[in-house]
Design a protein around this ligand. Structure first.
Ligand code: TRP
Length: 349
């Protein structure tokens, strides 16, 4: 199937699921996660965190994974990993992920899930792995050589999804090849050994990707992202430093005016207004006035989240408890699935 065809198919499935989620929440298990490489930013918040909280509150089984082993797919160090992991948990909790409803865990703490890697690797060919466009893109972006882990991490991601029998995975379009591979692995396993795993579908994001303050892709390395964890002053400073252009009259034009437009999109998503509306209001006020508006919009929106974050941060024991409890639950779930897998394979002695 061509990429466009499979995108159309995935989008149709995703829309069907979205329509059914609230009617049959019990039929769905959502799994998604993040690499603990730094603090979460506004792109993460509006692109996925907000949606996870909505799914959690709709009564769907929700699992959030801290993909710590994935950190070493394209980097040679685990520097700051403990701090990053704890802060990820803090970001989750501050944004409304409720540990009584959602299982939060790190995949390195779930040995039985990792063991699924062995049978799963036998179900994919080297050519299938080499063809994965996401792996290629990540390799090029990171400048890292293609290690065995980078080549096979989509298989590991299938372990993440299938150990808990996840059947919906919120992703962006670029992650679809991973979902396809997960489906292939589940199907092949079921055909060879008997049905253990569900059909997995992508839940495609409905909101367009929020650009960074300069209009480019939001990324920590571009310095164009506002982190959830920033203070009001840090937020103001980052916005003040962002690049605009010489034209005084503010208008929304992502192609010709990426800086001004990135700022407008940030304000729009935080206020629920349109970019055009905000542009018209600021008008000849220029980028100074626009930046003041954006700063206020971001700081107002995130004030309660940051206040919660501040409180949670003071209680690291609580944060650790949340993670340990999630790890414990995930490990128990993984043991059950692994037992089914070994049973299906006849590896019972
Ligand atoms: N690849 C995701 C990221 O880079 C993290 C991740 C790991 C994930 N395993 C997953 C996401 C399984 C969804 C499903 O942020």
């Amino acid at each position: 199937m061509s990429n466009e065809r499979s995108y159309e198919t995935a989008l149709k499935r995703s829309d069907e699921i979205r329509a059914d989620l609230n009617l049959h929440p019990e039929a769905y298990t959502m799994l998604t996660g993040d690499r603990p490489t730094g603090r979460l930013h506004l792109g993460h918040y509006f692109g996925t965190l907000k949606g996870r909280v909505e799914l959690q509150n709709a009564g769907i089984r929700t699992h959030v994974l801290i993909a710590d082993y994935q950190v070493i797919t394209d980097r040679d160090t685990t520097e700051h990993i403990q701090d990053n992991v704890y802060n990820l948990v803090i970001d989750y909790l501050a944004c409304g992920i409720d540990p009584n409803k959602t299982m939060i865990y790190a995949h390195s703490a779930v040995p039985a899930a990792n063991q699924l890697m062995l049978p799963f690797l036998s179900l994919v060919s080297e050519a299938e792995l080499q063809r994965n466009p996401t792996v290629k893109a990540e390799m090029e972006a990171s400048g890292h050589e293609l290690t065995g882990l980078l080549l096979t991490y989509p298989v590991h991601q299938a372990c993440d999804i299938l150990f808990c029998k996840g059947n919906v995975v919120p992703v962006g379009k670029d992650q679809l090849p991973h979902i396809e591979l997960t489906r292939l692995i589940a199907r092949k396993f079921n055909n060879r050994y008997g049905k253990v795993f569900p059909e997995v579908d992508a839940l495609l994001s409905e909101t367009p990707l929020l650009p960074g303050l300069d209009g480019r892709k939001m990324s920590k390395s571009y310095g164009n992202a506002i982190n959830i964890s920033m203070t009001e002053e840090e937020t103001a400073k980052r916005i003040k430093k962002s690049q605009t252009d010489g034209e005084r009259m503010i208008s929304f034009d992502p192609e010709q005016r990426p800086g001004v437009s990135g700022l407008l999109s940030t304000a729009a998503i935080c206020t629920g207004r349109t970019e055009q509306d905000i542009a018209a209001e600021v008008g000849m006020g220029g980028s100074g006035q626009l930046k003041a508006y954006v700063t206020q919009a971001v700081n107002d929106y995130f004030a309660p989240i940051r206040e919660r974050r501040h409180t949670i941060e003071q209680d690291l024991d609580f944060v650790k408890d949340v993670l340990h409890e999630g790890n414990r639950r995930a490990a128990a779930l993984a043991e059950e699935t692994l037992a089914e897998v070994r049973e299906a394979m006849g590896m019972v002695y």
